[in-house]
Design a protein around this ligand. Structure first.
Ligand SMILES: *[C@@H]1O[C@H](CO)[C@@H](O)[C@H](O)[C@H]1NC(C)=O
Ligand SMILES: *[C@@H]1O[C@H](CO)[C@@H](O)[C@H](O)[C@H]1NC(C)=O
Ligand SMILES: *[C@@H]1O[C@H](CO)[C@@H](O)[C@H](O)[C@H]1NC(C)=O
Ligand SMILES: *[C@@H]1O[C@H](CO)[C@@H](O)[C@H](O)[C@H]1NC(C)=O
Ligand SMILES: *[C@@H]1O[C@H](CO)[C@@H](O)[C@H](O)[C@H]1NC(C)=O
Length: 352
């Protein structure tokens, strides 16, 4: 979508930072020509801290953003020191040398996803100069490890779809403000105690890796924990009890068995969604009456146990479950007792 000229100037600035300038078939600078745009459109190009590289666009009205996405670049362009937002995605950049970012000390966002970065082509000191970087997109590259010396100021780090095997404490230690970490679709077998350091992390997406057990240490303020498509067969005692703010847990496509799950482990208040589909469970695990969405399809469940949802049923005691999926198990509609509706009185349909 192209930004319309009627938007307020402040909004236009924000949108121009968010949108790659690629509204094909239209003038990407159309939003400059409005009544307000004229004032800014007539500004001379800002060359403070270096001129805009020829291969990139630097809108005169928003002198701290540089758009170099999708231009077939194979090397890093030089980044003027005034830049805060730099877009380099969808190129074929292979390396970030120690000096590539030496002037870019004011960067707040660096988007370099969908390139061909390999770990041995990233300089030890490449990221050392970025003292205020908050958002770094490195997904869809060929990295086998986290780049060294990532800025501790990061809030949002996306490094999914690479070939990372290990996450070490040195990779993440001190990233006190990191709230989002996308690590999915790598080859991670081990995270050691590295995740524990992330005091502010609320979203951990580590699906599609090679974990055989859950990481031994988790940040305690997680809201969303996604560990789908790993090879996890068991969970430690008190696993979910350690999180006070956890709302969404997705563990579909693992190897979980009844034996590997300590009693009552999923019976924690606060949880809104629990996805245990495509595992090897034979029983419905007890869950909290506050849970709203439970996915158990494609397990080996042989029995419908109403007690897993309500330990006692009376006027005020019932389950708040809205979604219940049990299809692809070894039970059918005839296995669901008629008095289930007293307990599961909000559940709109039970799929068996
Ligand atoms: C950094 O700035 C200096 C001085 O303006 C310039 O000579 C150099 O080429 C710049 N380096 C990069 C990688 O942009
Ligand atoms: C990156 O990985 C892709 C897919 O595995 C491969 O085609 C490409 O050659 C790799 N690039 C480099 C620079 O290693
Ligand atoms: C985290 O954010 C706070 C508030 O913005 C800031 O004072 C602090 O320096 C940041 N911590 C790191 C490690 O960047
Ligand atoms: C869940 O735990 C609560 C107390 O923590 C308990 O009263 C309730 O019976 C448990 N639910 C199930 C289904 O076992
Ligand atoms: C709901 O059931 C629990 C467990 O049987 C019981 O302790 C509690 O008093 C009941 N709550 C109400 C409001 O009846």
């Amino acid at each position: 979508m192209c930004v319309t000229v009627t938007m307020r100037v402040g909004l236009v600035f924000l949108w121009s930072a968010l949108l790659p300038l690629s509204c094909s078939g239209q003038d990407p600078f159309a939003w400059l020509h409005g009544p307000q745009g004229l004032r800014y459109g007539s500004l001379k190009a800002d060359t403070t801290g270096g001129a805009c590289p020829d291969e990139c666009d630097c809108p005169p009205s928003f002198p701290v953003a540089m758009y170099c996405d999708g231009r077939g670049l194979t090397a890093m362009p030089s980044i003027p020191s005034r830049m805060k937002y730099v877009y380099l995605q969808n190129n074929a950049i292979k390396a970030v040398s120690d000096s590539a970012l030496v002037n870019a000390t004011n960067l707040v966002w660096l988007m370099i996803h969908y390139n061909q970065l390999t770990s041995d082509a990233i300089g030890e000191k490449a990221f050392l100069h970025l003292k205020g970087l908050e958002r770094l997109y490195l997904q869809h590259n060929n990295l086998t490890a986290f780049p060294p010396n990532l800025p501790r100021t990061l809030r949002d780090l996306r490094i999914n779809h690479n070939k990372i095997e290990k996450v070490t404490l040195a990779d993440l230690e001190g990233m006190d403000n990191l709230t989002i970490l996308y690590l999915h679709d790598n080859a991670v077998t081990d995270t050691g105690t590295s995740l524990k350091a992330l005091k502010s992390l609320t979203l951990l997406e580590i699906s599609g890796n090679k974990l055989t057990k859950v990481p031994e240490a988790f940040p305690e303020h997680l809201h969303q924990l996604y560990m789908e498509s790993n090879s996890i067969d068991s969970l430690p005692e008190g696993f979910l009890g350690q999180f006070t703010q956890l709302q969404y847990v997705r563990m579909a496509h693992n190897q979980l068995t009844d034996k590997g799950i300590p009693a009552n482990i999923f019976n924690v208040t606060g949880l809104v969604e629990l996805d245990l589909s495509f595992n090897k469970l034979e029983r419905i695990p007890p869950v909290s009456t506050k849970l709203q969405h439970l996915y158990l399809q494609a397990n080996q469940i042989k029995e419908f146990t109403l007690g897993s949802f309500c330990s006692a049923v009376d006027v005020t005691n019932f389950s708040e479950l809205l979604t219940l999926r049990l299809d692809g198990n070894q039970i059918g509609p005839q296995d669901i007792p008629t008095d289930s509706s007293l307990c599961l009185r909000l559940t709109s349909s039970i799929e068996v």
